[in-house]
Write a protein of this length. Structure first.
Length: 69
């Protein structure tokens, strides 16, 4: 888990896709703690407020980092 935490810390303010058991969450990685990360994603249709998701590091199966140019 330490390697996932280290990688996530290096990608704050970047678009990520987090794969959990049975779920996939994409958005901007905005914060990290010792045991969780916070992702903000767009609301459906791009209207209204975005969604904030807290993912526990122990539940993360894989991460994809998406650099935008």
């Amino acid at each position: 888990m330490d390697s996932i935490a280290c990688e996530l810390k290096e990608h704050i303010d970047e678009w990520v896709v987090i794969y959990l058991n049975g779920a996939c969450i994409s958005g901007v990685l905005v914060a990290m703690s010792a045991d969780a990360c916070k992702i903000v994603s767009r609301s459906p249709g791009g209207r209204g407020c975005g969604q904030v998701t807290i993912c526990r590091l122990k539940d993360i199966q894989a991460v994809t980092f998406c650099r935008q140019s």
